[in-house]
Design a protein around this ligand. Sequence first.
Ligand code: HEC
Ligand code: HEC
Length: 208
Amino acid sequence: MRILVLLLLSCFATQALANEQAMQRFNQLNADPALRQQAYAAGQERTRFCGNCHGENGNSKRPHIPNLAQQNPVYLFNAFEKFASGERKDFVMSKLAPNLSADDRVNIAIYFAQQKLVPHTAPVDSALLAQGEVKFKTICTACHGAQAEGRENTPRLAGQPDEYLRKALTRFRDKDPSRAGSVMTTIAADFSDQDIVALAAYLQQLQP
Ligand code: HEC
Ligand code: HEC
């Protein structure tokens, strides 16, 4: 038991350290336009392959794949850590993430965070929108922000494809092992299918 607790503590400590180092690196890059430009260019170079799925400019090419454009850089950075450690699983991403160095992860996060999200323009059912809005404003804004813009380590949800949002929320609710460690499993535990459909419909059309 004691060993387990120590192990857990050291996991949190490692994660906290990684966050802190990533933050320091981001701050350093943000403070220096020349360094930031270098990181951006390196990130762009490293993401050629990613563009097949996420789009060269981070606007996803398929509705089950998340947009990376305008996503919070610290969240992006940590997502690689989670895929690499196995805390989060995806057939492709779990293979790709371990091959990215710490610098790659920072550069890629900087590159995608600076891309512009293309807004969703197709009309959405207004009753569904209203239902999703109420649910979002009651439960989600404290962590994801009033406009779903996200916070440092909480993802932006505004403008994500609805199919991806439904898939993610359903997995959280069902405690699917691919994302079992996430705080979201508690939050989504009692969602109905209808709640998930409404939330996804609302979030996809929010604009950054
Ligand atoms: C074959 C398609 C494919 C390729 C290529 C691919 N991805 Fe992904 N990526 C996905 C899918 C699908 C997911 C969603 C996984 C899930 O549902 O958890 C994802 C998720 C992510 C996430 C998490 C986003 C979020 O909102 O949580 C990041 C970050 C990411 N990919 C970055 C990359 C980078 C960087 C590359 C290139 C090195 C890349 N991906 C290449 C399909 C792909
Ligand atoms: C206590 C804070 C908190 C609350 C409240 C919260 N979330 Fe989250 N959410 C998070 C965090 C942190 C993550 C990142 C989890 C991870 O990486 O596993 C996340 C991830 C997500 C994701 C996955 C995004 C992606 O790109 O893969 C979705 C979708 C989501 N939340 C939707 C919601 C919705 C909808 C609500 C309200 C019903 C909500 N969240 C409430 C903290 C919260």
